[in-house]
Each structure stands twice: as structure tokens, then as C-alpha cells.
Design a protein around this ligand. Structure first.
Ligand SMILES: [Zn+2]
Ligand SMILES: [Zn+2]
Length: 294
């Protein structure tokens, strides 16, 4: 049975509209639901409704609403809204939605949450997350082996001939205030790297992209012009212009889909000249609830 990956949110951590902002793009997204981009997250769904989530954004409630429109997800059984979760790192867009997993809301039971040791220590030591661990709403599990030599972990055994769902966490350099950061390979077919400081700081970047049929990559900002007056050393993301240069040749043999857009990114408007230039270079732009068959 096929697996389908859904892009549950193609925005950067704060999404679009971004709270507190009155930029034109944010004001537009407040009145046009088609312009909204939720916090960064994807899930993998099988035909039996089993669903594995990568990152829990602050928009998880709206993302569940959207998933319920997918028949396979709507049919799912079980007490928890997901069968397992991977957390890539502790920036707010990637894990803060966990507040809904505790006893005031979903009251999950033993939900497996895969993460690095640093992320697990962070969750187990700090309120309100430590309560989820103590009350056994979530069960912290290692992403496998050591991060220096990551192994694949089976996160969803599947019945009959269907191959299991496996993840391989891949350490990537990214502003590490609280935890380290990982990207993830799903069944060695899809690579998801929503946050990375820059491609040159990750020696395995081209090798990993070349290994996968579909790559979903950090595209927070389009170019330097988007950040007038900002010290570029503070920007912990590659620019899309850099990404097109780095992986332009690899975009020919595979799907490279850009995601994690900041609210200021001109490609959020699919009619913009910047969006058209990305497509002309052979790359795709993530859209909300885009479905990718694996
Ligand atoms: Zn992020
Ligand atoms: Zn981040």
C-alpha cells in the first residue's frame, strides 16, 4: 500500500500571516485563506490511516482539521491523533504544538516521540514538556545509534507485504540555542531539511540530496535583499538563490521542493517573478497540503 507525504505547513516557524506583522503579505493572508502558510510540518500517511508526524507546529490544531479532510486519515483508529512523531529541534515552530498533546487536550497515551538525546533531555527537564513525559502522554525515543553514525529506525511496522516506515535522522548545522538539529530521510526516498544554517556548512549536503527521489529543503529567505540592514552572520538559513546554485544540476533527476518560507519571502506569492524563476530552474515550491506519493 502506498505511503503519502503531506506538507502540513510550508511557512517558517511563525507562518504567514506572522503574528504582530503588518506587512502587506501578512495583511493579505489575513483575508485570503489561500495565502495562509502554516508552521513547518509534514506527515506520512498510509491507506490504513496510520500517520507519522514530523515536527509539531503551533498550528497543529488547524493541521489536524486539514488532515481530517483526507479520507484515509479520517478513518484512522486509535486513541492518539498520530502513531508517532519526530522532532527535528527545539525552535518554536517545530515542537511548541506539543502543548496540545497533554491532559488539557488530546491526552495522548504513550505516543512515541523520536528525537536526539539533547532534545529528549530538554523536554524531560523543562516545564511544560516534562509533564507530558511524567504523565506518559509521550514516550521519548532515540532517533537511533549515535548522531555521528545515524541508523534507520522503524517507526511504523506495517502489515503484509507493505514495507515498514523507517526514518533516518541526519544531523545538520543550525542555530543550536537549546538543542541540536536533525533533518530526516523517510524510507531513503524523501529527504526533509526544514532548517539549516547554510549548505556549505553541511559536508554531506550534495551526497544526501543525490540519494533521494524527493527533497524538501529550507527556503526561508529568497535573497539578501529581503533583509536590509541585517548582519548576514545572524541569518541561520541559506538563501534560495544559493540553493538554486548549489543543487541546480541535481534538480534534473529528482524533485527538489522548497519550503519553510518566511512571511517576507516573495515566493509565497506563486505569481511573483521570484516564484517563476525558481520553477524555471527546475525546482518546485511547497504548497499547503501538497501530497507526495512515495
Ligand atoms: Zn524553523
Ligand atoms: Zn530552527
Amino acid at each position: 500500500m502506498p505511503l503519502t507525504v503531506y506538507i502540513l505547513g510550508s511557512g517558517q516557524d511563525g507562518g504567514l500571516p506572522q503574528f504582530g506583522s503588518r506587512m502587506a503579505a501578512d495583511m493579505h493572508a489575513r483575508v485570503d485563506p489561500l495565502a495562509v502558510r502554516l508552521g513547518p510540518s509534514i506527515c506520512v500517511l498510509d491507506d490504513d490511516g496510520r500517520c507519522f508526524l514530523v515536527d509539531v507546529s503551533p498550528d497543529i490544531k488547524e493541521q489536524e482539521n486539514r488532515l481530517l479532510a483526507v479520507p484515509a486519515y479520517a478513518r484512522r483508529a486509535g486513541v492518539n491523533p498520530f502513531d508517532g512523531v519526530l522532532l527535528t529541534h527545539a525552535h518554536m515552530g517545530h515542537y511548541a504544538g506539543l502543548v496540545h498533546f497533554g491532559r488539557e487536550a488530546a491526552n495522548c497515551r504513550g505516543l512515541p516521540v523520536y528525537c536526539t538525546e539533547k532534545m529528549a533531555s530538554f523536554l524531560a527537564a523543562n516545564a511544560p514538556w516534562e509533564q507530558l513525559v511524567k504523565l506518559e502522554n509521550i514516550e521519548l525515543r532515540s532517533v537511533g545509534a549515535t548522531l555521528a553514525s545515524p541508523a534507520s529506525v522503524t517507526v511504523l511496522p506495517r502489515a503484509g507485504q507493505a514495507p515498514p516506515l523507517q526514518i533516518r535522522a541526519i544531523p545538520v548545522p543550525h542555530r543550536g540555542e537549546y538543542t541540536d538539529t536533525v533533518g530526516v530521510s523517510i524510507n531513503e526516498k524523501l529527504l526533509y531539511v526544514p532548517d539549516i544554517d547554510n549548505w556549505d556548512a553541511w559536508p554531506a549536503a550534495r551526497e544526501e540530496v543525490a540519494k533521494h527521489e524527493v527533497c524538501l529543503l529550507d527556503a526561508t529567505f529568497y535573497s539578501r535583499e529581503e533583509l536590509p540592514g541585517r548582519d548576514l552572520r545572524e541569518i541561520s538559513h541559506p538563501f534560495i538563490t544559493d540553493t538554486l546554485a548549489k543543487f541546480g544540476d541535481l534538480a534534473k533527476g529528482r524533485r527538489i521542493i522548497l519550503t519553510h518560507f518566511n512571511h517576507s519571502n516573495p515566493v509565497c506569492d506563486p505569481g511573483s517573478k521570484e516564484a517563476r524563476s525558481v520553477q524555471a530552474a527546475g525546482f518546485e515550491l511547497a504548497q499547503e497540503m501538497m501530497a507526495i506519493a512515495l
